[in-house]
Design a protein. Structure first.
Length: 120
């Protein structure tokens, strides 16, 4: 099943996990949109540097540390995704509580591992 995914904290640098995740999500034929500090593209995915109210986001996968996430709480909640994935280093109990209040599921997991084991 194609799960439209927003990669938040996307990087143009090939060695960054967000970049690797974009490539792997596309390998599994998931539709991907991305937001990062710098515009550019990874494979066939444009990285937006301005927030866009994307439609039908299934999953937001985070690549921002908890302090940097604060500026995006309302944005993410407003997208009303089915779930948010907190990748290693992004764990954030304050945000978990806000997501619960808004009936948005979340996982503390690694997008790359979930894809590899067929649990995405």
């Amino acid at each position: 099943m194609n799960k439209k995914t927003l990669v938040l904290g996307a990087s143009l640098k090939p060695e960054r996990y967000s970049n690797i995740a974009i490539n792997k999500l596309r390998n599994y034929n998931h539709e991907v949109v991305a937001f990062g500090l710098r515009k550019g593209s990874v494979r066939d995915v444009e990285i937006d540097s301005e927030l866009i109210n994307y439609d039908s986001i299934d999953t937001v996968t985070l690549y921002l540390n908890p302090k940097r996430q604060e500026a995006y709480y309302n944005y993410i909640i407003g997208l009303n995704p089915n779930r948010v994935i907190f990748n290693p280093g992004t764990e954030n109990p304050e945000f978990y509580a806000l997501l619960r209040q808004n009936n948005i599921d979340f996982e503390v997991a690694c997008t790359l591992v979930l894809l590899s084991i067929g649990q995405y």
